[in-house]
Write a protein that binds this ligand. Structure first.
Ligand code: MG
Length: 259
C-alpha cells in the first residue's frame, strides 16, 4: 500500500521517494520523544514547576509560548549550540540542554546568573523518569501491533538513561530492538543509527515503517533508506504536510492497513 493517500485526502502531496509496501509492515520503528512519551506535565510545565521549587515564579502562558517557539526550531538550536548533535555523548548532552534552558530562561527575562544556575537544576531533574509520561494513544497502538505479530523497535535521540526508563514506564517489553543515540554514540538524522536498528532486527527496509515527530530526523533518513515513514504531528508543528501525517497514533492502524 502507499501510505497516506486515499485514506487521508486532506494531507499534502507525497514525495516521489515514498515507499510502497505491499501489505502491513513486519516491523514498526518508533521515535520516542513526542512520539511515545512526553515531559510531564509538559516541557514548559516541567520547567515552571522546577523553577517554582527553587523559589522562582514564571508565567505559565509565557513559558508555553517560549517553549513552543524554541521546540519548533529544535534542530537549529542543536546546530547552533553544540555543532550538530546533542544526545550522542553525556557531556555534549549536558552542555546542550543547559545552554538550551539558559536561552529559554533568558527569553523569559531572567538574569544570566540565575538562569545559569537554574539550567543545571532543570537538566538534572529532566533526567528523572517521574518527569515523563507515555502518551495515551501509544499503548493501544503498541498492543494492537503486538497482537498482529508486528515487531517493534525504538530509534531515539536520547541519553542512555532512556533504556531503563522505557522499562520503568511500562513499555520496554514491546521493543525487541533499541537504537538509542546516547548508547550508540550516533544520532538521527544520521542514517547509520537506522541501519543498526535494521541490522539488529534482521529486517529489510521495505518491510519497516518508522513513526516519528520530526521530518528531518525521522521521516527523511528513514525514507532515504527505503523505509516507510509516518509523521506524528500532535501540535501542528509541520503544517506543510510533506509526509504522510497523523495527529494521533490512533490514526496509524488505518494507514498501515490494519483496520
Ligand atoms: Mg521525537
Amino acid at each position: 500500500m502507499r501510505y497516506g493517500t486515499n485514506s487521508s485526502p486532506r494531507r499534502g502531496l507525497l514525495r516521489m521517494s515514498e515507499v510502497i509496501l505491499a501489505g502491513p509492515p513486519e516491523w514498526v520503528f518508533f521515535d520516542v520523544g513526542e512520539t511515545l512519551i512526553r515531559p510531564w506535565p509538559s516541557f514548559a510545565g516541567a520547567i515552571v514547576e522546577i523553577c517554582a521549587s527553587e523559589g522562582v515564579e514564571l508565567s505559565d502562558d509565557e513559558a508555553h509560548a517560549v517553549a513552543d517557539a524554541r521546540l519548533r526550531k529544535f534542530l537549529d538550536f542543536v546546530r547552533e549550540l553544540e555543532g550538530g548533535s546533542f544526545s550522542d555523548d553525556p557531556k555534549r548532552s549536558r552542555n546542550f540542554w543547559t545552554k538550551f534552558y539558559q536561552g529559554f530562561l533568558g527569553e523569559m527575562g531572567m538574569e544570566p546568573d540565575l538562569a545559569a544556575h537554574l539550567s543545571t537544576v532543570i537538566y538534572d531533574e529532566m533526567t528523572q523518569p517521574h518527569r515523563y509520561r507515555v502518551f495515551d494513544d501509544a499503548k493501544p497502538l503498541m498492543d494492537l501491533l503486538a497482537a498482529r505479530g508486528i515487531k517493534m523497535a525504538v530509534v531515539s535521540n536520547w541519553e542512555a538513561f532512556l533504556d531503563d526508563m522505557l522499562d520503568g514506564l511500562g513499555i520496554g517489553h514491546h521493543f525487541e530492538v533499541r537504537a538509542i543515540s546516547g548508547i550508540e554514540g550516533i544520532e538521527k538524522p544520521n542514517p547509520e543509527i537506522f541501519r543498526r536498528a535494521l541490522e539488529r532486527a534482521g529486517a529489510h527496509p521495505s518491510t519497516v515503517v518508522h513513526i516519528g515527530d520530526d521530518p528531518r530526523s525521522d521521516a527523511e533518513p528513514a525514507s532515504g533508506l527505503g523505509m516507510g515513514a509516518i509523521i506524528i504531528d500532535r501540535r501542528n508543528r509541520h503544517p506543510e504536510r510533506e509526509w504522510p501525517t497523523v495527529e494521533s497514533l490512533s490514526e496509524v492502524p488505518a494507514l498501515l492497513g490494519l483496520e
